[in-house]
Design a protein around this ligand. Structure first.
Ligand SMILES: *Cc1c(COP(=O)(O)O)cnc(C)c1O
Length: 413
């Protein structure tokens, strides 16, 4: 009796909504990877708030350890949980990958890929203008393990190829668009270099989301997202995800079971819920960011705007060819000192001053203060972080209200 009740979906093949049924992104966001029939006929994914999974008797345990239980059988929370699997399948469907694996944060995802794949004595190539902690991880922690990193300028593919150490280079790691200058990598070119030299390519696509750019479709091997940002979308949880080919992702899931950086079921539920509105949110954020960029570019108090949707951006042409939208982050330089820039930031009424990006609430920050205050002005200049630089992550508030807010705040300088 108990056995019957506790094996709701065991041994029954999952009837999952296939992404191939719905090539369009909003339908994929709502239905992609979702099991059509859930326990108790629930429509939404249950939160399996459990640390472990039980076996009715030794015979059932033997069935499991001998690999006869089918795909829906779980063992222990660090190895898998149905709520996590639902979020993973949806992200795989959105990005067009075989499979995806969730981690406790974006950094856990990035560090786990590299730690799980790189033996001592190997080498990776990374583009500059990348997430500060990714670079810190490779230049500090990977170096200690005897894994070297070459950093090449974003957009210089000759330098990328020249940095390859035959037999030693195992990964090319890049981001697109980057933080904070929204540089866009030529994914086809990176994928081509990777293929020719048999080097794995990985793109941090956090700023793009699968709505605006699907790097796997351009031949990239692995896509990583900080799901904390647009994917979850509500500034209320931390998570990360890696998407790619089935075998590699399963190996990474096994590594997660050892490293332990698993996301908890409640956050996985919130992430899957947030994903359903991803396309709606991102399209609104694309539209507002474009309007903000155009408004600021002709404003007398603004020195320079960085937004790939503007023809003035160095990577506008690649962005147009490769992306379906240009994202919700606009970076710009105010005509003024660091203090004058801060006065403008403080005068903004809608955005919160905070790190992070991609949520429904607009966030604004001055990178020189929030991310690089520990550096001297000279070091900041060397990193290309100017004192008057502002990064604005637009939320889903009305475009007109955000434009009015910018207009009034710029009058204070
Ligand atoms: C935020 C971010 C990360 C790190 O993600 P966490 O979820 O904060 O660990 C990595 N890459 C990019 C581009 C990010 O914006």
């Amino acid at each position: 009796m108990l056995t019957q009740r506790s094996t709701i979906s065991r041994n029954r093949p999952l009837t999952v909504f296939e992404a191939s049924t719905a090539p369009r992104i909003s339908t994929r966001a709502v239905h992609g990877g979702t099991e059509r029939r859930k326990p108790h006929h629930a429509l939404t994914t249950p939160v399996y708030q459990t640390a472990t999974f039980t076996f009715a008797d030794t015979a059932e345990l033997l069935e499991y350890v001998e690999g006869r239980s089918g795909p829906a059988r779980e063992e222990y929370g660090r190895y898998g949980n149905p709520t996590l699997s639902a979020a993973e399948r949806k992200i795989a469907a959105l990005d067009g990958g075989d499979d995806a694996v969730l981690f406790a944060s974006g950094m856990a995802a990035i560090t786990s890929v590299l730690l799980a794949s790189l033996p001592t004595g190997t080498h990776i190539i990374m583009t500059d203008d990348c997430y500060r902690r990714t670079r810190q991880f490779s230049e500090t922690y990977l170096r200690r393990l005897g894994i070297e990193t070459s950093v090449v300028p974003m957009g210089d593919y000759e330098a990328m190829e020249a940095a390859i150490q035959p037999g030693k280079t195992r990964f090319i790691v890049s981001e697109s668009p980057t933080n904070p200058y929204l540089r866009v990598a030529d994914l086809e070119r990176i994928a081509d270099i990777g293929r020719r030299y048999r080097i794995r390519t990985m793109i941090d696509s956090t700023f793009a989301t699968p709505v605006n750019q699907r790097a796997l479709e351009w031949g990239i091997d692995l896509v990583v997202h900080s799901a904390t940002k647009y994917l979850a979308g509500h500034n209320d949880l931390l998570a990360g995800v890696v998407v790619g080919k089935g075998g590699f992702i399963q190996a990474l899931r096994d590594a997660r079971g050892v490293f332990g950086s698993v996301v908890d079921p409640q956050n996985a539920f919130l992430l899957e819920r947030g994903l359903k509105t991803l396309a709606l949110r991102v399209r609104q954020q694309n539209a507002t960011a474009q309007a903000v960029a155009e408004f600021l570019e002709v404003h007398s108090k603004i020195e320079r705007v960085w937004y790939p949707g503007l023809p003035s951006h160095p990577d506008h042409a690649i962005a147009v060819a490769q992306m379906n939208g240009f994202g919700g982050v606009v970076s710009f330089e105010v005509k003024g000192t660091r203090e004058e820039t801060s006065r403008f930031v403080d005068a903004m009424r809608i955005p919160y001053i905070a790190p992070s990006l991609g949520g429904v609430e607009s966030l604004i920050e001055q990178p020189a203060i929030i991310s690089y205050y520990d550096k001297s002005p000279e070091e900041r200049a060397a990193l290309g972080i100017k004192d008057n630089l502002v990064r604005f992550s637009v939320g889903i508030e009305d475009t007109e209200d955000i434009l009015s807010d910018l207009e009034q705040a710029l009058t204070v300088i």
